[in-house]
Ligand binder design. Structure first.
Ligand code: 5GP
Ligand code: ZN
Length: 136
């Protein structure tokens, strides 16, 4: 099969049919496709959750969609379920680790000022210590 041509739209490589194929050189696409090792916590057809390589708290899990979506800004019609699934998964992981009582935080950094360093949508799930507010 001839691979669909990719076009760049607002920094996101999409097929002309509007699909969200794996993006070459995207570290999280590689993790989602098993091409780079990570400590996988959970995976299904929609989402992959794995431990952050540089944890900022006793629990620091990243939840990503399997498909490449570069940030919250690239969410579109029909992605509501995916985002909802990610948040329910965050709550499940936190509960399983006993952080439902103490509390935990779910964060999606978006863009330069927020310090987003990997342009593949991800939700940080952080817990296990008292977190500062407001964040730096
Ligand atoms: P951001 O700064 O984009 O909000 O978060 C990116 C996160 O991805 C950082 O917390 C960073 O430690 C983590 N990260 C970057 N590269 C890798 C990797 O190759 N493996 C894992 N497990 N985490 C990574
Ligand atoms: Zn990606």
């Amino acid at each position: 099969m001839i691979p669909p041509r990719l076009v760049c739209s607002r920094g996101l490589w999409r097929s002309q049919s509007g699909g969200r194929e794996q993006v070459e050189d995207c570290i999280f696409c590689k993790i989602a496709h098993g091409q780079v090792e990570s400590q996988i916590v959970y995976q299904d057809e929609h989402l992959v959750a794995f431990d952050d390589i540089n944890p900022q708290a006793p629990m620091h899990v990243l939840i990503i969609p399997r498909v490449h979506i570069s940030s919250l800004l690239e969410l579109g019609d029909g992605d509501e379920e995916l985002v909802g699934r990610a948040h329910r998964l965050a709550a499940r992981i936190a509960r399983e680790r006993g952080y439902d009582r103490r509390g935990f935080r779910v964060v999606a950094n978006c863009g330069q000022d927020a310090g987003q360093s990997v342009p593949h949508l991800h939700f940080h799930v952080i817990g296990g210590r008292a977190l500062q507010w407001p964040p730096g």
